[in-house]
Structures are given as structure tokens and as C-alpha cells.
Design a binder for this molecule. Structure first.
Ligand SMILES: [Zn+2]
Length: 183
């Protein structure tokens, strides 16, 4: 779920849904009646990587988050941090979560993930090294690109676009009822 503010970050008063005139017309948002502060609730940037292992025959590493139900494997993702570029951020996440070293990065695309109020910036990463997972990941698998199945949300669309760019028509699976979330 996206972050729901309850108190003003400026003065600490309670926030309320208040309508106010904005550039696009009247708009209801969580606002502070005391000082006028607005909780804009802008989407949070999340970085994601399709990791192609150059020393594993070009297979793609997908990992299962320890907190997820079921056995779903997904792209490596993480929040962008202050003071880093998206490229630095995804290389850091890949190193932290898999220990792999990135040789080359290229942007796949930018995708909305409205359910989580996130914007996903997805890269293809050519990487190598010995995989050692961080504790937040339970296991990983290396997939030949034609064997990959994509889900119809967020990172799944990034994976599908990358597969198409490699000449593989993506195949989709339906998600189980309890959707995984970007970590
Ligand atoms: Zn306030």
C-alpha cells in the first residue's frame, strides 16, 4: 500500500481531505488546514533490472522475495536513494541483492505501477560473478529468455518489452489473487 499521511509534515496538525483550486481546477487532496501544507502523494521511483548473466549463457536471473507467498520469481528491484543516479542506484541494488557486478546498463523503459503508487524505471543489466543473495531474497533461478513468463503489471511489462527487443514474443501468466509487491 502507498504511504498514507495522517499528520502535516510541516506543523504536525491533522490532515483532511480538502478541495483547493489547482492548475488543473478544483482538486481534493489531504491538506493541512492550519498551515496549508499539501500531501501530494506523488509516485515513488523504483528501480528494476532484467539481469542477463554474461557468464551463464545469457540466462536471466529472477529472484523470489522471502516475504512473498507462493513461488514467484521477479526482477531485482529497489528504491532509488538520495544522491544517486538511476544507473548508480540499480547497479547498487544488483550488487547488494545478488553480489553480481554490472558490466553494462541500458534503459528498457519507464512503467507505472499505480496500485503501489510507484513509477518503475527498468534497466537491462549485463552482469557477471558468483550469485550470493541478500537475506531478503529466498532463492533465484536462471531462465533462458524464451522460458520466461511475465505478469501483467509493473515489472512484468518491462520484462515483456525486453523479451520483444530480443525477438521473443512474451508469454503472460495470470497472477494469483495475492499479488506480489515491489520491494
Ligand atoms: Zn500544517
Amino acid at each position: 500500500m502507498s504511504f498514507e499521511a495522517r499528520f502535516c509534515l510541516s506543523c504536525g496538525s491533522g490532515l483532511h481531505l480538502l478541495t483547493q483550486e489547482e492548475d488543473s481546477g478544483p482538486k481534493e487532496r489531504l491538506r493541512c488546514a492550519a498551515c496549508g501544507w499539501t500531501h501530494w502523494n506523488n509516485p515513488t521511483p523504483v528501480l528494476a533490472a532484467v539481469i542477463e548473466c554474461s557468464d551463464q549463457g545469457g540466462r536471466v536471473l529472477l529472484a523470489r522475495n522471502a516475504a512473498w507467498p507462493g513461488r514467484l520469481f521477479a526482477l531485482i528491484t529497489g528504491f532509488m536513494e538520495a544522491g544517486e543516479t538511476p544507473q548508480e542506484g540499480i547497479a547498487r541494488e544488483i550488487a547488494e541483492e545478488t553480489s553480481l557486478q554490472v558490466q553494462q546498463l541500458s534503459l528498457i523503459g519507464v512503467y507505472d505501477f499505480q496500485r503501489m503508487n510507484q513509477i518503475i524505471i527498468a534497466y537491462h543489466a549485463l552482469a557477471h560473478g558468483e550469485v550470493r543473495l541478500s537475506p531478503e531474497l529466498a532463492e533465484y533461478k536462471l531462465f533462458a529468455p524464451p522460458d520466461i513468463r511475465c505478469w501483467r503489471a509493473g515489472t512484468g511489462y518491462a520484462l515483456a518489452d525486453w523479451l520483444r527487443s530480443r525477438g521473443h514474443e512474451p508469454q503472460f501468466i495470470e497472477l494469483p489473487p495475492k499479488n506480489p509487491t515491489v520491494s
